[in-house]
Design a protein around this ligand. Structure first.
Ligand code: ATP
Ligand code: MN
Length: 481
């Protein structure tokens, strides 16, 4: 009788032994001698492999030859207590069916220790490495935990559009969506491209944020959140930017900026705690990977903490909260500023650069920092204006090794102030009529923020490049796979 397939994750912790089981997966390694072969099988359910013990007298030479690194197979056998080191149980193979062989001459994942750069070029196969298995299991766990966090707190998951006709979101350069013939587009009388003939009858783009639409939902459902892909056509080739990334954007009616910061801090701590409670095997693997990597680094670049220590540190204390203006003072009085070491000089009104953010978090406070009350000129039109006439109720959360992980604000809910700001910034009011109407009818104080999902995954996994925490990264000049 055909055995039901068990996941390796469950077999490894099974207390019911000496029974027939079936496992399916991919061969990681094979070793052995003339009598017996030991195969490490992995099915993605866990970082750990199960050992298959194959008595060679029970199989033909050809069968054994097919079982190489990368081959996929199904095995029936006895789950028994393991005599060897490193595992508690193993499978004594009785029947093996090889689904797909993997020619050792050409299979790219033959040896261990490929660089992350090389693995990016074979992103279709990199899931089969321990590192990427761990990263993508953690990515899944974080997505699940986000939905759980909000569901448990009366938030509704709102699907905001991916194609948008409003170019007022103001968060960055956009990708155009069009079905016009780019070789020969229809023109208006004055020679411009006639977008009224385009698919949506107007210029449309891929969204940079679901916030404006989330705000509409919050003015009736109270608490909503989006969790979807967002797109930015900025040519920023950094380890922290993607052209296509996933963002979580909660929006809460009746929340002021302080409630907003409280929620953001609580959520980040919840997610990190969730990873420690549910992904510890993968985290330990990634932690060891980093320790190995650091061995080759010069002493002054070595990290003082391990990955798991870093995660625990976030849970320990309250995040530091201070105003942008106070942060500018800290930066001005800092050694790098006095010695002219910052690439971008510090003065009130500048948009903080990554070097400034990281100085505050990593050198000065040594914990996460929430900055509030930014100059209005460097922030979006919808942020609530403070009475000083100079600043808005914006908040950014800065994380060690990452810089900005969350950006948010209290929103301007007063119709006249919002309308004035919209015209001041030259945004056509006709594009924003629906947004403005929520301030005309039953307006409420409300707030929200955007958490970059990949930046969260970077932090939790300790990976250094954002291209390594999304399955198929989209970056300038790269849309392979
Ligand atoms: P940054 O200054 O780091 O470029 P931003 O201020 O442009 O970010 P927001 O518009 O505030 O970003 O977006 C909210 C969050 O989305 C950011 O805090 C960050 O976590 C994430 N994010 C923004 N841009 C990107 C990107 N290109 N790739 C990945 N994540 C991003
Ligand atoms: Mn931001």
């Amino acid at each position: 009788m055909e055995q039901r397939r068990s996941f390796i994750k469950d077999l490894l912790v099974s207390t019911e032994i000496d029974r027939e089981v079936n496992a399916k997966g991919w061969v990681r390694t094979k070793r052995g001698n003339k009598q017996v072969a030991f195969v490490a099988l992995n099915d993605g359910s866990t970082i750990h492999n199960i050992q298959l013990v194959i008595d060679l007298t029970n199989f033909t030479e050809n069968q054994i030859k097919e079982i190489t690194t990368g081959a996929s197979l199904s095995v029936n056998g006895m789950l028994v207590k393991s005599m060897g080191q490193g595992q508690s149980v193993e499978i004594q193979a009785k029947e093996i069916q090889v689904y797909g062989t993997a020619d050792p001459e050409t299979y790219p994942l033959q040896k261990k220790g490929h660089t992350l750069e090389f693995l990016r070029e074979i992103a279709h196969l990199r899931f089969r490495t321990n590192t990427f298995g761990a990263v993508f299991r953690i990515r899944h766990a974080m997505a699940f935990a986000i939905h759980k966090y909000f569901n448990d707190r009366n938030f509704y998951y709102l699907h905001t559009p991916i194609v948008t006709g409003s170019d007022a979101e103001g968060a960055g350069e956009m990708f155009r969506v069009s079905t016009l013939d780019i070789e020969n587009p229809p023109k208006t009388e004055d020679g411009k491209i006639d977008f009224t003939q385009d698919f949506f009858g107007k210029e449309s783009n891929l969204t940079v944020s679901g916030q404006l639409e989330a705000e509409l939902g919050a003015t009736a459902l109270s608490n909503v959140y989006t969790f979807g892909p967002t797109f930015r056509a900025e040519n920023s080739n950094t380890p922290r930017h993607l052209a296509e990334f996933w963002m979580i954007e909660p929006e809460m009616a009746f929340y002021d900026i302080h409630d907003n910061m409280d929620l953001a801090e609580d959520m980040l701590k919840y997610l990190i705690r969730y990873s420690l409670e549910n992904c510890i095997d993968d985290l330990k693997f990634l932690e060891n990977r980093l320790i190995e990597e650091e061995k080759n680094k010069p002493q002054n670049e070595k990290s003082e903490m391990t990955l798991i220590e870093k995660l625990n540190l976030i849970l320990k204390d309250d995040f530091v909260r201070l105003t942008y203006t106070e942060a500018i003072e800290v930066l001005k009085n800092s050694t790098p500023s006095k010695k002219g070491k910052f690439q971008f000089p510090v003065e009130w009104g500048i948009d903080l650069q990554s070097e400034h953010e990281r100085y505050l978090v990593e050198k000065h406070f040594k914990k996460p920092v929430i900055l509030v009350d930014y100059p209005k000129d460097i922030k979006a039109f919808y942020m609530k204006q403070n009475d000083d006439g100079k600043t808005v109720r914006a908040m950014d959360i800065l994380f060690p090794g990452i810089g900005e992980i969350i950006g948010g604000s209290q929103r301007e809910e007063i119709y006249d102030k919002l309308a004035a700001r919209i015209s001041e910034m030259g945004i056509p009011e006709k594009d924003m009529w629906w947004y403005l109407e929520t301030r005309k009818y039953g307006t409420v104080p409300h707030s929200g923020f955007g958490l970059g999902f990949e930046r969260l995954i970077l932090f939790v996994t300790g990976m250094a490049n954002i291209r390594d925490v999304i399955p198929f990264p989209r970056t300038p000049k790269n849309a392979e796979f």
